[in-house]
Design a protein around this ligand. Structure first.
Ligand SMILES: NC(=O)c1ccc[n+]([C@@H]2O[C@H](COP(=O)([O-])OP(=O)(O)OC[C@H]3O[C@@H](n4cnc5c(N)ncnc54)[C@H](OP(=O)(O)O)[C@@H]3O)[C@@H](O)[C@H]2O)c1
Length: 302
C-alpha cells in the first residue's frame, strides 16, 4: 500500500458515495489509500476537529464532497449554509496550506444569476441569486485566497445518481405514484451524473495534475421539463416504470419556491475539455447508466 493518502469528506453524500463506488476498480487505488470521513466522522465546520482529524489521518490530497446543498432551506438557514460552504472550506484550505496538501473542491452553477443566454465560462462574473450560491461562491473565494497554487475547483450543475436525493429519483417516484405531472420548462441547465464528475475528479488526481477553476457537466442545455420527459422515456425503456403519464410544461411563476433559481445556468466545458482527457459520455448515456443502477439496486435508498 502506498503511503499517499487521500481524504474524502462528505463521504456519505451522493458524490461521496459515487467516488467510493468507483474507487476499488480505479487505478488510483494503487497509488493512494482512501480515507473516508462522513459528517459523523468529521464536521468540516469545526476548526479544531478538522485540524486534529486531518493531522492524525495525514493526507496529500483532500477531496471535499461535503456541502450544504439544500437551496430552498438555505434561505432560512444562511448561518448553517455559510458554516458548511464557506467556513468548512476555509478550515480544509487552512489545513492543506499548513500541510502541503492539495484540495479538490466542487462548486455550483448557482454562483451565476442566469441572465446570460449562452454557456457560462469560468471567467464570467458570478452573481448569485440566493444564499446557497452566495455561500458556495464565498467558499471558492476562500480556497483561491488560502491555497492559490494547490486547489482545483470544479463547478457543476444538476447532479444526480442512484444515491441520495435528486431530481431523477424524485421524478421516478412521482411518475410511479401520480397520474400526471407538471414540470418547469423555463429554467435551462445541464444534467451531470455524479459518475462522470467522480471519474473526472479521480482522473484529475491520478493523471495530469490540474489546478484552478473549471466547469463540468454532461453536455447539452435542457429544461427540467425536457429532462423529466427523457427520464420517463428511459425508465419506460428499461421497464423501471410500467406506465406513461402526461407531463405538462409549466413556468417558474407557476411553481413557487423560496429560493430564486437562475433561468439559464449551462456551464461551458471548453476549458476542461481543452486541458484534460475527460469522460466522453453525454447526458443521455449517463442517464441510461444511472437508471440502470437504480433498477438494479436491491433497496433504493432515499
Ligand atoms: N446536488 C446538486 O445538484 C449540485 C449541483 C451543483 C453542485 N453541487 C455541489 O456538489 C457537491 C456534492 O453535492 P451532492 O449532491 O453530492 O451533495 P449531498 O448529496 O447533499 O452530500 C453532501 C454531504 O455533505 C455532508 N455534510 C453536510 N454538512 C457537513 C459538515 N458540516 N461536515 C461534513 N459533512 C457535511 C452531508 O451530510 P448529511 O447528509 O448528514 O447532511 C452530505 O453527506 C456539493 O459541494 C454541492 O454544492 C451539487
Amino acid at each position: 500500500m502506498s503511503t499517499n493518502k487521500l481524504i474524502l469528506t462528505g463521504a456519505n453524500g451522493q458524490l461521496g458515495k459515487t467516488i467510493r463506488d468507483l474507487w476499488a476498480t480505479h487505478e488510483i487505488s494503487a497509488k493512494f489509500e482512501l480515507i473516508n470521513f462522513d459528517r459523523n466522522d468529521l464536521d468540516i465546520t469545526n476548526h479544531n476537529e478538522v485540524d486534529e482529524k486531518l493531522s492524525i489521518a495525514g493526507a496529500s490530497i483532500i477531496v471535499n464532497a461535503a456541502g450544504y446543498t439544500q437551496v430552498d432551506r438555505a434561505m432560512q438557514d444562511s448561518q448553517e449554509a455559510f458554516a458548511v460552504n464557506k467556513v468548512g472550506v476555509t478550515n480544509l484550505a487552512n489545513w492543506a496550506a499548513a500541510n502541503s496538501a492539495r484540495l479538490i473542491h466542487v462548486s455550483t452553477d448557482f454562483v451565476f444569476d442566469g441572465s446570460k443566454n449562452e454557456p457560462y465560462s469560468p471567467e464570467d462574473q458570478p452573481s448569485p441569486l440566493g444564499v446557497y450560491g452566495e455561500s458556495k461562491l464565498a467558499g471558492e473565494e476562500q480556497l483561491q485566497e488560502l491555497l492559490p497554487d494547490r486547489h482545483l475547483i470544479v463547478r457543476t450543475s444538476w447532479l444526480y445518481s442512484e444515491h441520495g436525493n435528486n431530481f431523477v429519483k424524485t421524478m421516478l417516484r412521482l411518475m410511479s405514484q401520480r397520474d400526471q405531472l407538471s414540470v418547469v420548462d423555463d429554467q435551462i441547465g445541464a444534467p451531470t451524473s455524479t459518475r462522470s464528475l467522480a471519474e473526472l475528479l479521480l482522473a484529475c488526481i491520478n493523471g495530469k495534475i490540474l489546478s484552478g477553476l473549471y466547469h463540468w457537466n454532461d453536455g447539452g442545455g435542457i429544461s427540467w421539463f425536457e429532462f423529466a420527459m427523457a427520464i420517463q422515456q428511459e425508465a419506460l425503456t428499461q421497464a423501471v416504470l410500467d406506465k406513461k403519464i402526461p407531463i405538462q410544461p409549466i413556468t417558474t411563476a407557476e411553481y413557487k419556491t423560496p429560493a430564486k433559481r437562475p433561468a439559464y445556468s449551462v456551464l461551458n466545458r471548453s476549458k476542461i475539455l481543452a486541458d484534460f482527457d475527460c469522460p466522453t459520455e453525454n447526458w443521455k448515456q449517463q442517464l441510461r447508466v444511472v437508471i440502470d443502477a437504480i433498477a438494479n439496486a436491491e433497496n433504493i435508498e432515499e
